[in-house]
Design a protein around this ligand. Structure first.
Ligand code: FES
Length: 167
């Protein structure tokens, strides 16, 4: 067992402690694990299957069926591209393509350095600012590819500044 596997299994066992081993609890159990770990790692799902005494595939099927569950670890920063009607009309798909190209990941994925995770959202209620991208809860208006570059550059500069300060 590698360190990550051991750590995830131990954390999952601690979460499961005291819970009732009842198949009907599967969804609340997965919600609790996601709340604590930020996502549903495969090792956690294996532990859940063992705890409920059900096949691993049953746990995996539920986790993949509901889009409330994340199967990849969250990034340090979340990027949510609005795909509501107004944003779509104003080029939301172009903004999404720009994020995908720059980060080299698709919706529902996390960059390999775990800096960013990317996903789409439905209307966030700021249609007048379309196309909108929500970055760490901050609504970025008129998020066209140039703006995407600007946002990423500011994160890059911030990261470099932090690294310098820590050295
Ligand atoms: S459609 Fe994007 S904010 Fe409304």
């Amino acid at each position: 067992m590698n360190n990550e596997e051991t750590e995830i299994k131990e954390k999952t066992r601690a979460i499961l402690e005291g819970l009732e081993s009842n198949r009907e609890n599967l969804i609340p159990i997965l919600q609790k694990i996601q709340e604590e770990l930020g996502y549903l790692p495969p090792y956690a799902m294996i532990e859940v299957a063992r705890f409920l005494n059900i096949p691993e595939i049953d746990v995996y099927s539920v986790a993949t069926f509901y889009n409330q569950f994340r199967l990849t670890p969250p990034g340090k920063h979340s990027i949510r591209v609005c795909m509501g009607t107004a944003c779509h009309v104003k080029g939301g798909h172009i903004a999404l393509a720009a994020w995908q190209r720059r980060l080299k990941i698709g919706p529902g994925e996390t960059s390999p350095d775990r800096e960013f995770d990317l996903d789409t959202v439905a209307c966030v209620g700021c249609c007048a600012m379309a196309p909108v991208t929500v970055v760490d809860k901050k609504v970025e208006a008129k998020a066209d590819p140039t703006k995407v570059d600007g946002i990423l550059l500011s994160y890059q500069l911030q990261k470099e500044k932090e690294e310098k300060e820590n050295n």
